[in-house]
Design a protein around this ligand. Structure first.
Ligand SMILES: [Fe+2]
Ligand SMILES: [Fe+2]
Length: 215
């Protein structure tokens, strides 16, 4: 990732394109962390339960696609190397989330969202713009995104059947990571976003969650 910090804009574009394709083709560069669901046993779930869990996991997977777009956009336009490097570590952890949620969807006999390319491009554009406005705002954008993701995860954890230990273990680990990503962005100098921006972000996340539950 240091490579990204020192490379030319054209090189960065190639790396962003590579990451984008890996994200959308379910082949992300993951860390060596194990999938938390591998250490818990599977349970019997009804077809109706599986369908609902798959809807929730599809939303979470698309959220990770968006996170990847956001971080990649910022890596193109972030002003300082320090910010880029810090955000790159978070982006790598988002890749683990991508893989874990995609694998869980497959185990449930379901699929990732067909709308992922659309949301990826939108998030990439937002991340790029946030980076252009300035590092403290782009970090503020990350902090707010992560906070909103944590709220979603908490809501989904409430909705999961208690017996679905596999999905629970994944979402709990993700929640822990997202909280740390938010803290990291704040410690790196994030500014608190204006309320109107936060509301717009909530609105766009509603569009994403309502559509990807189904498609
Ligand atoms: Fe994540
Ligand atoms: Fe995150």
């Amino acid at each position: 990732m240091d490579q990204l910090s020192n490379s030319s804009f054209a090189d960065k574009m190639v790396m962003v394109l590579d990451t984008g394709l890996r994200t959308l083709l379910n082949n992300p560069n993951i860390t060596e962390r194990p999938d938390p669901s591998k250490s818990v046993s599977d349970s019997d779930l009804s077809e109706q339960q599986k369908k609902h869990i798959a809807g929730l996991m599809r939303i979470n997977h698309c959220g990770e696609v968006c996170a990847q777009g956001l971080y990649q956009g910022q890596s193109l336009t972030a002003r300082t190397k320090e910010v880029r490097d810090k955000m790159n570590i978070s982006a790598q952890e988002e890749n683990d989330h991508l893989k874990w949620t995609a694998d869980r969807l497959e185990q449930l006999g379901s699929h990732t969202s067909h709308l992922n390319p659309l949301f990826y491009v939108g998030s990439l554009a937002m991340g790029t713009m946030a980076g252009l406005v300035g590092d403290k705002w782009s970090l503020g954008f990350v902090a707010e995104t992560e906070r909103q993701v944590v709220k979603h995860l908490e809501d989904h954890l409430q909705q999961l059947p208690e017996s679905d230990k596999k999905s629970i273990s994944i979402l709990e680990m993700m929640k822990e990571d997202e909280l740390r990503h938010a803290t990291k962005a704040i410690e790196a100098g994030a500014s608190e976003l204006p309320m109107v921006v936060k509301k717009l972000m909530q609105l766009s996340s509603k569009v994403m969650t309502r559509s990807t539950y189904w498609i």
